[in-house]
Design a binder for this molecule. Structure first.
Ligand code: URA
Length: 239
């Protein structure tokens, strides 16, 4: 598909429309080995070889980012009063229209996927796709003896709301792993409270085959690997 050169470059996060126009006019951009000084030139970004300041660009239709979300940020693109996870992105990525594919509470930490691909976000979130979401929690209180069984049958939370079957595994004193396949509001906290505990720390470790990269400090991000992106394409196609 043909698109304007300035639009392609700014969609790749290389600057605002104004900044990339300036760069194009200054001769810093080549298209198929020739300097192109025409910002509105129509090009096919998938077929043309483009360089920006001497560097070859890899065209991407969509972006997929992993973040190790720190506590204190909300999983939204904007908010009047509270700081969002988008604030943690470098400026170049702030321009890509990324949004979280599945929320984490403000006080929760760990794996958050950000994308500008609506189909991918939908596939990751939809309970129909049955994607495992694994959480590590610390809790206070004493969980009932049959908590594991109640989770596996599909526990009722808040007097009537039924969850899909899930898994609870106690991994230490006041620590557990919880696996769910949906994302109701405060779901893990409410499930734990339904069996007598209170979540005091929650960190998401895994979504499907995508594991939180433990080399990412809180607030850090990286692009998904080719294999991780391939997995996402797979779940989009599996209808
Ligand atoms: N469940 C919760 O209760 N909180 C989260 O942030 C994620 C899952």
């Amino acid at each position: 598909m043909l698109s304007r050169l300035d639009k392609v470059l700014s969609n790749l996060g290389l600057g605002s429309r104004k900044e990339v126009t300036e760069a194009i006019r200054r001769g810093l951009v080549t298209v198929d080995n020739e300097v192109c000084r025409v910002p509105d030139k129509k090009i096919d970004p998938e077929a043309s070889e483009i360089t920006f300041q001497g560097e070859k660009l890899v065209y991407r239709q969509y972006d997929y980012i992993m973040m190790n979300k720190p506590a204190g940020y909300i999983s939204a693109t904007e908010d009047r009063n509270k700081v969002t996870v988008i604030e943690l992105l470098p400026d170049r990525l702030k321009r890509l229209g990324l949004f979280p594919a599945g929320r984490l509470d403000r006080d929760s930490e760990g794996l958050l996927l950000l994308t500008n691909d609506g189909n991918a976000a939908h596939a990751i979130i939809s309970p129909k796709r049955n994607i495992d979401k694994l959480y590590y929690i610390r809790y206070s209180g004493v969980l009932s003896d049959n908590a594991e069984m109640l989770f596996s049958l599909g526990i009722e939370i808040d007097g009537g709301e039924k969850c899909l079957p899930a898994a609870l595994e106690r991994v230490g004193n006041g620590e557990a792993h919880v696996t769910i396949h949906e994302g109701k509001y405060h779901q893990v906290k409410r499930m734990i409270s339904a069996v007598g505990g209170e979540v005091i720390y929650l960190k998401r470790l895994k979504i499907g085959m995508i594991e939180l990269d433990d080399s990412l400090a809180p607030g850090e991000i990286r692009r998904l690997t080719t294999d991780e992106e391939k997995w996402i394409r797979g779940i989009i196609e599996k209808r």
